[in-house]
Design a protein around this ligand. Sequence first.
Ligand code: PAF
Length: 247
Amino acid sequence: MKIIRTIKELKSEIINIYNLGFVPTMGGFHKGHLSLVKKSINKCTKTLVSIYVNPTQFNNKKDFLRYPRNIKKDLKTLKKMNIDYVFIPNTSEIYKEKRKKKLSVHNRKKVLCGKYRKNHFEGVIDIVDRFLNIINPKYMFLGQKDFQQLFLIKKHVKKKFRVKIVSCKTIRDKNFLALSSRNSLLSKNNLKIAGNISKELNLLKKKIKKNYKYIKKINYYINYITKKYGVKIDYLEVRNERNLFNS
Ligand code: PAF
């Protein structure tokens, strides 16, 4: 496994690899990340994983500073999996080229995280665009957990890059909570609460799927979950690829 820190070295290493799989990550690995890496290993001749906690996609400085980082453990895991390349740039390296024109993100109507996490998707699209310009992989592997991110990245790359996006299913914990690096910041009790909320939401989803009229109960559910678990809900909405940006 080769650890690469500069764009120049990266380019010279991967220049002739046609069937390259790319897994962009911010580190803090869990089984969700590993499932993306495994998919790439199975599908591609060579696999490149990036580990970079991208500051521009955080709308909250505290969240950025607290974001779980465990580079030693992550590298050990990747080595065991026998992947080919890890790219770990620092900020001055990856952002050294200034953009002449700001990238635009599809946001006719800001919804979900587009509304509640200011400039989050602008930061995500910018860094992914930078990676793809340098790496030009054949496939890029992303998790369905971040559905809105997946949707926006797919939209962005469609006309601009040759890359095909492989979307990979959400991996969940025993208690049904979707695996996420930030889960490691939760106390045992809060992890349990988060798992219970996930189960409640899954039940609600099933009810709505069975009978769409149930969607009218969503405000009731917001109140019910807020009160029962003592949490503050930013949003609870039912959306799919068709109505993600239309109302
Ligand atoms: O999903 C993530 O971990 C990040 O948003 C990504 C795609 C690696 C960009 O920083």
